[in-house]
Design a binder for this molecule. Structure first.
Ligand SMILES: *Cc1c(COP(=O)(O)O)cnc(C)c1O
Length: 383
């Protein structure tokens, strides 16, 4: 079975991990600040905080922005559950903004309309979490304008999108947002096994992210209440967590990062071959906005209107193609239906879900595998 995604681990990656294992530090060593700096430099952000995974990064991003009981956080329904759960962890409420039918990202028009209503109702969101679905950035310039008008913060869930670009900048530069989060799960663009990162240009958010990452504890006298009692002394000033990355993971991340361009280039080659092969075939390939260069975490096709997605999915799996579906709309998860969300609430996300299939897409995919996927899709779509 050709998987829908998988990691690409080189000898240099293995060597980097082995070197850490033989060194003095397994947890908090020099690879972590080196990896943080390398990602910040690469993305043109001022600060980067390495975290145990993107779920933890989203959680501490919400905490750093002061999300708590009584607040509302909005995200898109077409995402992994973690984009919404992070707000619930903080005791806040979650609501969703429907997606754009072309990009499958949060719709700016739907956001604008929902903000107008929320302002009248006195229930404006504290934070909005756009998700750069499949690696393609949301329309961040428009979102920034709305954030300035309606006074909310923005966390970009860029779990799919390291290596992507928006307008003339790298995703992660936080030019239009408060915090950007990356995931380094093995199916994502680069991997540290488990791992994530939160980037920001705001020095006080950086401090708060670091506090929440590690128990709310600090050795920085500037953050202490009263004086330090000596070199051994630390203070807990917030209720934080243990969301630290290990030095082993950071070393892997550093070597993976050196191949980020190569990985994205290979993904673009594969997408270009898919695009060309599917011309005239009755499926809808993913649309790419001219404002963006996608990192292409996913290649989601839509089955032709009115055709049987389940039949096509099963036929592709039977042909050895490890297709998948991203995503079952979060508001329809049983846990979220408890809050009163129901079918019909976000029709674009539901329509998209009913028709989508994610084709295999990963940097180490061979040309032969790409051809097998193309042949199977063309056969099944015409059959
Ligand atoms: C993978 C993913 C996450 C969670 O990432 P982890 O590193 O596995 O915690 C969050 N949001 C989206 C959109 C993702 O795809």
């Amino acid at each position: 079975m050709i998987p829908y995604g998988r990691q690409d681990i080189s000898d240099a990656d293995v060597q980097a991990v082995v070197e850490v294992l033989k060194s003095d530090w397994l947890t908090q060593g020099p690879s972590i600040p080196a990896f943080e700096q390398a990602v910040a430099d690469r993305c043109n952000a001022a600060h980067a905080v390495a975290v145990s995974n993107a779920t933890g990064a989203l959680h501490i991003a919400c905490l750093a922005l002061g999300v708590g009981p009584g607040d509302i956080v909005w995200t898109a329904p077409n995402t992994f559950v973690a984009s919404a759960n992070c707000a619930l962890y903080c005791g806040a409420d979650v609501d969703f903004v429907d997606i754009d039918a072309r990009t499958y990202n949060m719709s700016i028009n739907a956001l604008r309309e929902k903000l107008i209503k929320a302002k009248i109702a006195g229930r404006l969101p504290k934070v909005v979490i756009p998700v750069h679905f499949a690696g393609q950035s949301c329309d961040m310039r428009e979102m920034r304008e709305l954030a300035d008008t309606y006074d909310f913060s923005i966390i970009e869930d860029a779990s799919h999108a390291i290596g992507g670009r928006y307008l003339d900048g790298a995703v992660g530069n936080c030019r239009y947002s408060d915090i950007t989060v990356f995931s380094f799960h093995p199916v994502k663009i680069i991997t540290t096994a488990e791992g994530g990162m939160a980037l920001t240009n705001d020095v006080s958010l950086d401090q708060r992210l670091r506090l929440f990452r590690s128990h709310g504890v600090t050795r920085d006298t500037a953050l202490m209440h009263g004086d330090s009692e000596g070199p051994w002394y630390y203070q807990q000033v917030e209720l934080g967590y243990n969301y630290r990355m290990t030095d082993i993971q950071a070393a892997l991340g550093l070597t993976q990062l050196t191949r980020l361009d190569e990985f994205c280039e290979r993904r673009r080659q594969i997408a270009a071959r898919y695009d060309a092969a599917f011309e005239g075939v009755s499926i809808v390939p993913p649309w790419q906005s001219p404002d963006t260069s996608s990192a292409l975490h996913l290649y989601p096709i839509l089955c032709a209107q009115g055709t049987n997605r389940r039949g096509m999915f099963d036929a592709l799996r039977a042909a050895g193609i490890g297709v998948n579906v991203h995503y079952f709309p979060v508001h329809l998860q049983p846990y979220y239906q408890k809050f009163g969300f129901k079918r019909g609430d976000f029709p674009e996300a539901e329509n998209y879900y009913a028709r989508t299939i994610s084709l295999p897409m990963y940097a180490s995919m061979s040309d032969e595998s790409v051809q097998r996927v193309i042949d199977a899709v063309v056969t099944v779509a015409q059959g």
